[in-house]
Design a protein around this ligand. Structure first.
Ligand SMILES: O=C(O)[C@@H](CO)OP(=O)(O)O
Length: 247
């Protein structure tokens, strides 16, 4: 699994969610470095899963090119999208911390079940997200989020994991999943049985692949294993946590 490389909205430190931000040059490099790490670990895949968002799809494409496996089937689903950031979409995280306080921003970013305020129809990014033709088939309008906590994100990601991804793993398929900080946190929480409280402290870095081996009950045999330098992973995780600090 890996979170997409740095996007232009990560670079500007903006709440992104379902906005279709693009990879920066640094993000593309991170994706290529992820591909290199995957190649060094000699991992081969039978199929790939990603979200409907360009930053995850492009990251996956770059990885597959580097590892020479562009020909595997790629499945895309809105259920792997980033959590919807509601009314916070497009706001600067540090400015928001200054205005509402770091504690409030931490709750919005990392609490398990407190969603940010909803995205209303007059929101600057409402039209380009809610009316985006890529969502014309699904999600159904009743399922289309206006905002999501991690809990709500898990409620739409986990059915995809259980019903679509797990049957492939049971058939012995080796999978790569390129998705997002919070959709992946949901899957990680499930696989490692992390409590609602402890998941607050998990921050996934951009473009750093991690590996799971699962037992026959589809539980992780051991915690996630990052490919790459543990010090660099730790520093990148700390940097993600700091994005919500006031400057
Ligand atoms: O803005 C977002 O959509 C996510 C991921 O970039 O941010 P956060 O880490 O604050 O949940």
């Amino acid at each position: 699994m890996l979170r997409h490389g740095q996007s232009d909205w990560n670079e500007k430190n903006l709440f992104c969610g379902w906005y279709d931000a693009q990879l920066t040059e640094k993000g593309r490099k991170e994706a290529c470095a992820a591909g290199k790490a995957i190649m060094d670990a000699n991992l081969k895949f039978d199929m790939a899963y990603t979200s409907m968002l360009t930053r995850a799809q492009d990251t996956l494409q770059l990885v597959l090119e580097v590892i020479g496996q562009e020909d595997i089937p790629v499945h895309k689903s809105w259920r792997l999208n980033e959590r919807h950031y509601g009314g916070l979409t497009g706001l600067n995280k540090a400015d928001t911390a200054k205005k509402f306080g770091e504690e409030k921003v931490k709750i919005w970013r990392r609490s398990f079940d407190t969603p940010p305020p909803p995205m209303e129809k007059d929101h600057k990014y409402y039209e380009c997200i809610a009316k985006d033709p890529r969502y014309c088939d699904e999600p159904k309008s009743s399922e289309f989020p206006k905002t999501e906590s991690l809990k709500l994100t898990i409620e739409r990601t986990l059915p995809y994991w259980n019903d679509i991804i797990v049957p492939q793993i049971r058939q012995g398929k080796r999978l790569i999943i390129a998705a997002h900080g919070n959709s992946l946190r949901g899957i990680v929480k499930h696989l490692q049985n992390i409590s609602d409280k402890d998941i607050m402290n998990l921050n996934l870095p951009t473009g750093m692949p991690f590996v799971y081996e699962l037992d026959s009950c589809m539980e992780a045999v051991s915690p996630m294993k990052f490919l790459g330098d543990p010090e660099a992973v730790k520093k990148a995780m700390e940097d993600v946590a700091k994005e919500g600090k006031a400057k």
